[in-house]
Design a protein around this ligand. Sequence first.
Ligand code: TYM
Length: 330
Amino acid sequence: MSKVVSGIRPTGNLHLGNYFGAVQNFIRMQEEHDCYFFIADWHSLTTHPTPEQLHNNVRQVLAEYLACGIDSEKACIYVQSDVKEILELYLLLNMNAYLGELERTTSFKDKARQQPNNVNAGLLTYPVLMASDIIIHKANQVPVGKDQEQNLEMARKFARRFNNMYGSEVFPIPKPYTYNGAEMVKVPGLDGSGKMGKSEGNGIFLIDTDKQITKKVMKAVSDSGPTEPNQEKPEAIQNLFTLMSIVSEPSTLDFFNDKYNACEIRYGDMKKQLAADIIQYVTPIRKNIEDIYNDEAYLAKVAKQGAEKARESAAATLKEVRKLIGFRNF
Ligand code: TYM
């Protein structure tokens, strides 16, 4: 049975990007693999949340995982900071991670640009911590969205490097997972360019009400429409079609594509349909979130059970790693 590991940073509510890029595959994979899904609270410290924000965000993501259908009896669900073994491996991997390659990482360069007054060492070594998260359980597959492709490539590199250095095959080389071998998913935002994100103000969240979803979709950037048949779609328009390809029936997508190609498209109609299809997806999830969020005893039970199982798996790997490196008891 292959091992699967993935995580989400607790920096706010889950949005459609998180859902379709990651969580949807978590739910599929838990049926047939040995899965470890966690809340990456150490990673979220790079942006300095307050203690209240940190705790509430962890609780929210845990509730949202469960509301989406991740089942704590099928998959191991845990909070990263409950598993200290990850940190020891992080330190060990840091000894073979080089400044140049870390500085060249796209996500580091982006963050350094976005928060020039807080270019901390945690940001620089972010991919090393992520590699540790993944290989501590000897993961074979990692379900993530397209934006994590480079970080995952670094995890593969660090795993390979460690294996070569100690002449072992202790770490499998983790592969990105996509459903049915499709491309990795990138859910676009509603602002005409780029991906849907938590802080970009361009997202639809699983907890949004019908009204909020409709309002956001109706306001999404579009244009005055094509002027020639079969014209190439500008980015903002392509984004609407991409969203529709994710949430709607293929026949709905074909209908609006044909209208576009015939220069007969009415974006108002398309957006109404898109909003309705998104609402259909999130309604059952949204209903669950609040109930689960308020059930503190249940959340505590899930987190405790997950931490125990994750620690056991992590400790077993670490034992092998320590031996390979040469840490010996007197
Ligand atoms: P994070 O918290 O930014 O995002 C969580 C997951 O959601 C996916 N995602 C998207 N997928 C498609 N389109 C989008 N617009 C979109 N936005 C987010 C991400 O690809 C990710 O799968 N570094 C990771 C968290 C992490 C991790 C790990 C993941 C820490 N350690 C180990 C896997 C394995 C992150 O910040 O994801």
